[in-house]
Design a protein. Structure first.
Length: 424
């Protein structure tokens, strides 16, 4: 009797991440944090890959939601290659600077800025007493290689609308009152009672938290540091251990942790979590729900594989939600079609401008996108996981688009088309 053996599916094998762009911007920043006040300077050494007719900076702390809680952000000076330029505020979150230059021409941009942190905003900026935190708190250079400046408007959803290329963080210096701890993006390269200095080879944004934190550390696949604001009940050491457990499972699926360490900061006022490269802000007791796992998933999907969060919010949220579901064994809460309200079915790929003022952003993007990915995975988990690993490897250190997903994660294309994440 002839026997038939199922032919093994050829799985793609991607074992290492694409290297960071050698021409990525280099950022040097110096900030002084004192209660609600942040005053700083930053220097970008920037080589655009396209000709530019102006320079653009984004001031995300001046978006409508933090502004309602007293946030203010301003650019106080700009020089380009040593000569002063007059910055112009063209919208609350956009500053343009006169400049024109050819593709490939390197420039040095020096920016002075001030930031007044809001109080009581459920946001990435905040202050309570001597505890201060901010992320996307320094003017950002919203450059997308091959595309140009990203100037989409801010959103009033609990969401990001920013784009930023990866940068080499040459040096981040944080000055603060003595007696306080600092957790910030990057690896610590210098520290005394009132100053922390960090650096990082490739990060697309920076987060900083200063305060009277209870600290705990853990080591495993990566070094984790947890800071809990005094007065909050969370156990820093428990969260540090839980972080390792989540990371172990994420690393096994997507590849090595993209940064030299991760800091988790437990803060007041936030409900939910907010991801930044190597830093996560979250609220009290949120290691008990999906937040910690979800935000750690973003270190690959948003951090390592970047996206334009205003144009393609599903690219980071659907994948981080999928990561959280696989990590915690909760896929069944995302896969039923009934989990997505009829009004937003087929809208998973819509930009933040579509979601402005609409309900069901979470279910339309997070749940619908993750549901599609998880349904696709269920058809062939080994192929899905291998292809996903290739998507991460090929798009590491870049800003990905839905077309990049379609190219690598072919097993999920029909499901993603069905929910409107990838154009038909
Ligand atoms: Zn998220």
């Amino acid at each position: 009797m002839p026997t038939t053996t199922a032919r093994p599916v050829a799985l793609p094998s991607c074992t290492s991440y694409a290297a960071p762009d050698p021409k990525r911007p280099v950022l040097t920043a110096d900030v002084t944090v004192n209660g609600r006040s942040v005053v700083g300077t930053e220097r970008f050494v920037f080589t655009p890959d396209l000709a530019v007719s102006e320079l653009v900076l984004r001031l995300w702390a001046a978006a409508p939601v933090p502004s309602k809680y007293g946030s203010k952000q301003a650019v106080t000076s700009v020089t380009v290659d040593g000569s002063a330029r007059t910055p112009r505020r063209t919208s609350p979150t956009v500053v343009t600077v006169p400049y024109s230059g050819a593709a490939g021409k390197r420039m040095t941009i020096d920016v002075g800025f001030t930031l007044t942190l809001p109080v009581g905003a459920d946001e990435r900026w905040g202050n309570r007493g001597t505890t201060s935190w901010f992320a996307s708190g320094m003017p950002l250079l919203p450059w997308e290689s091959g595309h140009g400046w990203d100037v989409e408007p801010a959103t009033t959803q609990f969401a990001e609308a920013s784009t930023s290329p990866e940068m080499r963080l040459d040096r981040l210096t944080v000055h603060h009152a003595s007696g306080l701890a600092v957790l910030a993006t990057g690896r610590t390269v210098g520290q005394n009672a009132t100053t922390l200095v960090t650096s990082a080879p490739a990060v697309r944004d920076v987060a900083v938290a200063v305060g009277p934190f209870r600290l705990a550390r853990s080591t495993g696949s990566t070094r984790a540091i947890v800071g809990v604001m005094s007065g909050l009940p969370d156990s820093a050491s428990t969260i540090a251990q839980e972080t390792q457990a989540h990371l172990k499972r994420h690393v096994a699926r997507y590849g090595p942790f993209p940064y030299e360490q991760v800091s988790i900061v437990v803060l007041p006022d936030i409900s939910g979590g907010i991801e930044y490269p190597g830093v996560i802000f979250m609220s009290t007791r949120q290691d008990r729900d999906a937040t910690l796992s979800h935000e750690l998933g973003h270190e690959w999907f948003y951090g390592l594989v970047g996206d334009d969060q205003a144009r393609d919010p599903w690219l980071d949220e659907a994948f981080a939600t999928m990561a959280e579901a696989l990590d915690r064994g909760t896929a069944s809460s995302y896969t039923p079609l009934a989990a997505v309200p009829a009004a937003v079915r087929g809208k998973a790929g819509e930009p933040m401008t579509y979601w402005e003022g609409r309900t069901y952003y979470f279910r339309g993007v997070y749940v619908q996108g993750a549901g599609a990915l998880l349904r696709a995975r269920a058809t062939n988990p080994r192929l899905f996981d291998a292809q996903l690993r290739c998507y991460v490897a090929h798009n590491a250190h870049r800003i990905a688009t839905p077309a990049d997903v379609a190219k690598d994660l072919t097993v999920a294309v029909p499901a993603l088309r069905n929910v409107g994440a990838i154009p038909r």
